[in-house]
Structure formats: structure tokens, C-alpha cells
Design a protein. Structure first.
Lengths: 345, 191
């Protein structure tokens, strides 16, 4: 493969597949990959190697903290306690700054955790078993259509959502319940709009109220409709992913439009099982990119927050990350609900 | 969910619960790290415990600018290197060295393991850190103290080489590919 024919090197293609290319190069790589059979073959080779490697699974024996570690831990904590007593003034100062820092981290974690658990790849094995497969379709439906409309509208301030199109979930997919006038779409998303590896992907409890602006309504919501149809048709996660890739390859799904965002400011949404069930925030969609360009703290596949930018209120979620939808999703808390009351989270 | 870094800070401040949570999060990943590199379950479990010992001993030196995950795998790599040195020393002195266990190992695991063994040692390490520990290129570069571009080029080489080794074996035994591995839950992996 020469650069005369291919605008990206093979190594760059690999880096793109690993999610390691900066946004501008990632966009270029994606555009080329969609059209180049040779690069598609190479990409398939790389994916094949990754898949083969997964054959080497390791069964971890159950084991707790050993008595030696417990003893060492006890000793350290005792010393720590003694140090607190003997240098209380200094310690108070250190602890204050520490807890301010830890508190800041905790706030951010809670803030992110709400939407991000909705969108994350959590490898918490206990929780992942809570929803091992799809529940009956009825469990995902909201019997009272008006209640679903109200919940969907509550995602954004009434000044925006009252003129929005509202869609509700039926047994065959989303249906337009109210025709809007301003190009926004309000919708209640279900668990399958999480990352494919989220333990709550099949949760029937998820009620993600969202109000998408016109660019997102045109170029993000179609992915929600598409995934939902496949889910309701009983497809597996692998089949859904493949179908999305195929549809993207055939240009049946749109390319992301600049300025796509959505409101998630509903008090009544249910985003995850992880404690606090909600948080008022906005989400911004971008092509695949390096979160550092936004000063965003990222969440990895294991749901760990990487605090590269302490006190930054922006987070790059793992909802899509090109797996397979070719876009990123940045979350920014608003601290206020759609009805104007403060979000204490 | 509290971040690892916040937990580490809490542990520095004297929280046993924070340590226990970190232990719960990382015991299995660390076990996998050691088990794949040593092929010796008992030793792998010992080294997991030693890693957490090191965390306790060095807790006061941890700084939040480093990711806990990278920090833990940094400790694990050092312990692994020390363990390998010990084995090498024993072997040089003519003492018995435990053989990697293959009894009861599924054929597909052996297939991957043996192909991996054919790779250059550092390329293998980079590939494993990427595929199994799911570290980013920059995390790997930091851990191995090499430039990010070197990580990328070696990862590229190792993947192509591994593909070739795996394919040549699969040609003689097509069953190896019959039940190709499913994507691992929670892994970063390829798109």
C-alpha cells in the first residue's frame, strides 16, 4: 500500500482502529476506509488478530486480601492515625486540601457516572450479570403514552421542547407522537443506547430522556432508530454492530453534522443503577477525536475516569467512540434541571 | 462510581475501604497480567499479592497525576522482571525451574500462546499491554519508557507477525478458527 494511492499509512490505519488518531486524521482515515477495499481487508486482519487473542482467557481464582496484606495495611493505617495525632495542625491543612481534591473528584465522578454509566463499558462483573440478555419487549415500553411524551419533553427547558417533535417507543420502533415545529426531537432512549459493553445495555429500567437539536436530530437520532429496530427484531449485539457498520458502508446512516448536541436535563429520567439516578447535563457530538482537544477527562472501557484535567467539567464518554458509530460524545453538567430548579448533584 | 485516583487519595488519607475497593477492581486484571506472562497460576497469585503490598508501602509517594491503572501495571512489570531474573538465576545455578503449565490448557489457548512466544520480547509485551491490559499507546510508552511512535510501529509489526504465525498454524488445524473468540467484555479493542 503506497501513500500515492492511500492518504493514510497502514500504521495510521491501525492507530485509527485503536482509537489513537487525532480527530482530523481519524476523520480522514474513516473516509478512506469506507471506500478502500484494500484497507478494509487490512482492517479486518487487525480485527481478526484481536479476536484470536481473546481465545487466551484466564480464569482467575477467587481470592481475598491475604492475611499478610491485611497486617501490612493495618500497620500502615495505624501509623497514619498516629501521624494524625502528633501533627494535627499540619495534618489538618494537608487533609483539607486532600479532601477538597478528593471531593472535587467525587463530584465529578458522580456527575459523570450518571450519564456515563448509561454510556460506559463497565467491566464490573457482578453488575454485568444483572441484565444478561434482552427482557421481554413489554418491559421496555411505557404503557402510558402521554407519560412518555411528558418525560421526553422534560429533557429540555419548555421553551425548547414545547415545539419539538416527540417520538415514543412502540413494539416496532419509535413512532412520531407529536409533530414539532423547531427541528428538535425529544425521545426517551432505552438501555441499548449504552455502549455495547455496558452492563446495563439490556436494562429495562433505563429511561434516558433526551432532546436533540436539529443537526443531531438529522444525524444522531437515526442511529438510535436503527439500533432500536434491530433490538426489537431480536438481533444480538454482534449482529447489531455488524448491521450498523454495513449500513454506514452503504451510506444508509448519515455522517455526523457539525453542531449536533442534545439536552438531558430531566429530573425524571432513569439513567443507571449506579446510585444517583440522574444528572442535568448537555451532550455534544463530534467526529472521533482526542478528548484533550476539549480539555475533557475521559472515561475508559473499564469506566475509569482519567483526570488529566482536574476541575474540567467536560467528559468524553465511551458511548460510541467509533464502536461502531463514528462519533464521540462529550458531556457537560448544567447544574440546573429543565424546569429551572438547581441540580444538587 | 469513584475513580481509581480518588480512591488512591482516600487510601493515602487512611481509608481501608478505598484500598479494598482498589483491590476488588484490580485483583483479576492483575492476575490475568501475571498469569499470561508466567503461565503459572500459583506464582501469578503470589505476584498479585506482592503488587498490593507494594501499593501499601509506596502509597504516600503516589501522585494523582499518574493514572492508578498505569501505576499498578508499572509495579507489576517491575515485579515480573524481578521474578524472571530470579528464575534465570536459579536456572543458571542448575536449580529446578517450574515449567509453564500446559495440562488441560485448551487447544486454542495454546495456539495463541505459542504464536505469541514467537514474537520479539518487547513487541510481545507491547501487544499484550494493548490487547489484554487495554492500555493506550501513551500509557505503554510511559511504562516501557519508549517513544509513543515506537510503541505504534512495534505494535504494528507484532500484529502482522502474529497474524502470520496464527494463520500458518490454523491452516494445518482449521478447527482453531472454527470458534473464533468473541469480543471481550469491556475491552478497548479494535473498532
Amino acid at each position: 500500500m503506497s501513500t500515492n494511492q492511500h492518504p493514510i499509512e497502514q500504521e495510521e490505519l491501525m492507530a485509527y482502529l485503536d482509537g489513537e488518531l487525532p480527530a482530523d486524521q481519524a476523520t480522514e482515515a474513516l473516509a478512506h476506509l469506507e471506500l478502500c477495499p484494500e484497507c478494509q481487508t487490512l482492517a479486518a486482519d487487525f480485527r481478526g488478530v484481536s479476536q484470536d487473542l481473546m481465545a487466551w482467557e484466564v480464569e482467575s481464582p477467587e481470592a481475598g486480601i491475604s492475611s499478610e496484606i491485611n497486617a501490612s495495611l493495618g500497620e500502615r493505617l495505624r501509623k497514619r492515625q498516629a501521624a494524625k495525632v502528633t501533627s494535627s495542625r499540619l495534618e489538618n491543612r494537608v487533609m483539607t486540601s486532600r479532601w477538597v481534591w478528593a471531593g472535587a473528584l467525587a463530584i465529578v465522578c458522580v456527575a459523570v457516572g450518571l450519564k456515563l454509566t448509561l454510556t460506559s463499558r463497565n467491566r464490573n462483573e457482578d453488575r454485568s450479570t444483572a441484565y444478561p440478555s434482552m427482557a421481554s419487549i413489554e418491559q421496555y415500553l411505557i404503557p402510558d403514552r402521554n407519560a412518555e411524551i411528558a418525560l421526553a419533553r422534560s429533557a429540555a427547558p419548555p421553551s425548547i421542547s414545547r415545539d419539538a417533535t416527540v417520538v415514543t417507543l412502540g413494539k416496532n420502533g419509535y413512532e412520531t407522537a407529536v409533530e414539532g415545529k423547531n427541528g428538535f426531537i425529544c425521545i426517551v432512549e432505552r438501555g441499548w443506547m449504552n455502549s455495547f459493553n455496558s452492563p446495563e445495555f439490556w436494562s429495562p429500567k433505563t429511561r434516558g430522556a433526551e432532546c436533540f437539536n436539529p443537526p443531531a436530530a438529522r444525524t444522531v437520532v437515526p442511529y438510535t432508530y436503527f439500533r432500536t429496530k434491530l433490538v426489537l427484531a431480536g438481533k444480538s449485539k454482534a449482529e447489531i454492530k455488524e448491521s450498523i457498520k454495513t449500513a454506514m458502508g452503504k451510506k444508509e446512516l448519515p455522517a455526523l453534522e457539525a453542531g449536533a448536541m442534545c439536552y438531558m436535563m430531566s429530573k425524571d429520567a432513569y439513567l443507571n443503577d449506579g446510585g444517583g439516578h440522574n444528572m442535568a447535563h448537555l451532550m455534544f457530538y463530534t467526529p472521533l477525536m482526542d478528548g484533550a482537544a476539549w480539555g475533557a477527562n475521559s472515561i475508559d472501557d473499564s469506566n475509569h475516569v482519567s483526570f488529566k484535567f482536574p476541575n474540567s467539567p467536560i467528559f468524553l464518554t465511551p458511548q460510541f467512540l467509533g464502536d461502531p458509530e463514528p462519533m464521540d460524545n462529550f458531556v457537560v453538567p448544567t447544574r440546573v434541571w429543565s424546569d429551572g430548579t438547581p441540580d444538587q448533584m | 462510581m469513584t475513580s481509581d485516583e480518588a480512591l488512591m487519595l482516600e487510601f493515602q488519607g487512611g481509608s481501608r475501604a478505598a484500598f479494598e475497593e482498589l483491590f476488588a477492581r484490580y485483583r483479576k486484571p492483575l492476575y490475568g497480567f501475571f498469569a499470561r506472562r508466567l503461565n503459572n497460576p500459583e506464582r501469578a497469585e503470589d505476584l498479585v499479592q506482592e503488587t498490593f503490598f507494594a501499593v501499601i508501602r509506596a502509597a504516600s509517594r503516589y501522585e494523582p497525576r499518574a493514572l492508578v491503572r498505569t501505576y499498578l501495571y508499572g509495579i507489576a512489570l517491575k515485579l515480573l522482571a524481578a521474578d524472571r531474573r530470579k528464575l534465570l538465576m536459579r536456572s543458571t545455578l542448575g536449580q529446578s525451574v517450574p515449567e509453564p503449565k500446559t495440562d488441560g490448557t485448551p487447544e486454542r489457548v495454546l495456539w495463541v500462546r505459542q504464536a505469541m512466544e514467537k514474537l520479539d520480547a518487547q513487541e510481545r509485551e507491547i501487544l499484550m499491554l494493548r490487547e489484554y491490559e487495554q492500555l493506550s499507546y501513551s500509557d505503554i510508552a510511559e511504562l516501557l519508557r519508549i517513544p509513543v511512535n515506537t510503541v505504534r510501529s512495534r505494535l504494528f509489526r507484532s500484529r502482522l507477525a502474529l497474524k502470520s504465525y496464527l494463520e500458518s498454524e490454523a491452516k494445518t488445524n482449521p478447527a482453531l478458527r472454527a470458534n473464533a473468540g468473541q469480543p471481550h467484555p469491556g475491552r478497548r479493542g479494535m473498532q
